[in-house]
Design a protein around this ligand. Structure first.
Ligand code: NDP
Length: 285
């Protein structure tokens, strides 16, 4: 049986450390604050927003939701985002994406100040991540994967790391973070040939595909570490969700595996708060 890499112990350890940082800032009269920009009321956004607000309050941080109607016009929304960005008390900004189709999201993202871009929505933020600039904030999910690997003392240096998925939200920045720590990184995607063979060659395999249970038993081998980033509706259990890894097939084979639910997803809102606190510290240094 594989060791389960659960998210909660990672979040708990982070919580302790972050509370100390928030207390330190508060003793100087500064309370870190996360600003959440939401257009419309998508259930997934509301769910994540609820988690983020709860995490902020558990740490003694402030949060504020800036909510706009689904049919807001481009000019009005641009003005609103600029105003949120200019608020002195807002240290970090999360904007739910994708925005409704009538909005020019590419342009709107440029209006978020890079120093408040705690989920890597801007090109400037991504540039910092891709150039190893420590003042840049990678997206929360890849950072959560790295925090999982660190917490469970999984060595990365020199290891063969295979990332399945090349999105700007997960796959690509995750590959950069692994590379930063001297992993030997392979990025796979929908055109990769012999995907099971490439995955089998990994020492650390990270699945960020968005396809329920796609990583099967023949993609893995004994001794591997598997991190499952996927959040998908479970085709076999209506109303439940599952990862990109077929847990039933893979878990008996590999050495360690993060479950879904209760894995990476339990760490992401803590990372969002961690990065907002870091932004607050930098803005006040
Ligand atoms: P995207 O759909 O943006 O990207 C998926 C990637 O997987 C693409 O690069 C795609 O390749 C690749 N892919 C798709 N099908 C295959 C295939 N058959 N073989 C190999 N590669 C394939 O997804 P995201 O990166 O946004 O998300 C990935 C997963 O992570 C999803 O399940 C999502 O729900 C989850 N997620 C979890 C979060 C968390 O906090 N735990 C947060 C964000 C996302 P190509 O580029 O060639 O199309």
């Amino acid at each position: 049986m594989a060791e389960l890499l659960k998210g909660k112990p990672v979040a708990d350890a982070m919580k302790e450390e972050l509370i100390k940082k928030v207390d330190g800032l508060k003793s100087k009269g500064i309370t870190p604050k996360l600003g959440i920009i939401r257009v419309g009321q998508r259930p997934d956004d509301l769910f994540y927003e609820g988690g983020a607000k709860k995490t902020c309050s558990a740490l003694g941080m402030d949060s504020e939701v800036f909510e706009y109607p689904e049919n807001i016009e481009q000019a009005a929304f641009e003005k609103a985002v600029i105003e949120v960005g200019q608020k002195k008390d807002v240290n970090g900004i999360l904007m739910f994406s994708p925005l409704p189709k009538h909005l020019n999201e590419k342009k709107i993202r440029t209006l978020i100040p890079v120093e408040k871009d705690v989920d890597c929505l801007t090109v400037g933020g991504a540039a910092k991540v891709f150039t190893d600039d420590p003042t840049g904030f990678p997206p929360c999910t890849p950072t959560a994967c790295m925090d999982m690997l660190h917490h469970y003392n999984i060595p990365i240096k020199g290891k063969k790391c295979v990332v399945v998925g090349r999105s700007l939200v997960v796959g690509k920045p995750l590959a950069m973070l692994l590379l930063r720590e001297h992993g030997t990184v392979t990025i796979c995607h929908s055109r990769t040939e012999n995907l099971p063979g490439v995955c089998q060659d990994a020492e650390i395999l990270i699945a960020a595909v968005g396809k329920a249970k796609m990583i099967k038993g023949n993609f893995v081998k004994p001794g591997q570490i598997v991190i499952d980033v996927g959040i998908n509706a479970d085709p076999d259990n209506p109303g439940k969700y599952c990862g990109d890894v077929d847990f039933a097939e893979v878990e008996p084979i590999v050495q360690k595996i993060s479950p879904v639910p209760a894995g990476v997803g339990s760490v992401t809102t803590w990372v969002l708060c961690k990065q907002t606190i870091m932004a607050c510290e930098m803005q006040n240094s």
